[in-house]
Design a protein around this ligand. Sequence first.
Ligand SMILES: Cc1ncc(C[n+]2csc(CCOP(=O)(O)OP(=O)(O)O)c2C)c(N)n1
Ligand code: SF4
Ligand SMILES: [Mg+2]
Length: 316
Amino acid sequence: MADKKKKKRLSKVFDYLKYEDPFAKGVSFCAGCPLERLVRFVPQVMGNDIVITGTPSCSAPVLLGQNGKSWHKLSYYGTLMTGAASNATGLARYYKRAGIDGTVVCFNGDGTAADIGFGNLSGAAERNEPFVYICYDNEGYMNTGIQKSSTTPFGAKTTTTPVGSNERGKNLRRKNLGLLLAMHKIPYAATATLSNLEDFAKKLLKAKEISKKGFCFLHIFSPCPTGWGMPTDTGIEVCRKAVQTNYFPLWEAENGKFSFTKEVKKPKPIKEYVKLVKKFSHLTEEEIEVLQKDVDYEYAVLKQLSLLDQECPLPD
Ligand SMILES: Cc1ncc(C[n+]2csc(CCOP(=O)(O)OP(=O)(O)O)c2C)c(N)n1
Ligand code: SF4
Ligand SMILES: [Mg+2]
């Protein structure tokens, strides 16, 4: 009976994996990095005919290829951190003009999306360019040595926000990138993570469809075992705890109408999340409370938005 139940639950996720995994069996991420599941999952759900473009980052060696060889069978176009969304704009406009029914996926880390490439991302969102922008957020510049980004949370230890006699990790709060993009009044914005794969798959398919008409943004929570100090087998557990504590709530906004796709009725305290990762291990009770307040504030904003029974549709 227990086995039957388990099978039923698993099949829901597998139903979405309609396409072949286009990657080689082993790829060059750090051990236990959730990015590996992520890069495989996107084409397995969206199809192997998507065209991916992205920038230097932890995902780039695997997506761009190494030593003149490729890790996968997809089309990939590597570009600069400063111009990721402009590059995707060119590709998407070309496909539209040539009458090719293709989906362009601009796939980048938080360093590109929230900081270095934010200007042209914001421009593409305002112009409602027809592509999907996926930002995987590992809360820092991991590929260049774990420097802080604007999505690094309060208190986190990074190489540019160290912990010592005068330093307590990052002393600023994180930028809420998903909300920021939703406020560009794009047709579709959503959050997702790897502990909730069915939810994630539905959002990928929605974005694929809606991107025929306009800009879609997916903000993906993606822990970094190497940079955050986590055992390599805890990636999915950390994702799950981030959802259960409302550290990373799962929501979507379609034509400006917000809804939670997984409402957490009784959120666990943030201390249950922070204890899983070493980058927070120096935090005092008072410092954890600052992080809790930040999480509570962001959730309260989302809750109010979800209560608004109002859309913000595009003009025809
Ligand atoms: C304009 C510019 N500045 C800096 C770099 C150096 N650089 C290469 S990868 C990288 C880290 C990118 O961070 P993120 O986008 O968050 O991806 P992650 O490495 O975390 O996967 C940086 C800063 C660059 N390539 N271009
Ligand atoms: S540094 Fe972090 S994000 Fe980058 S490949 Fe390693 S574990 Fe993954
Ligand atoms: Mg990053």
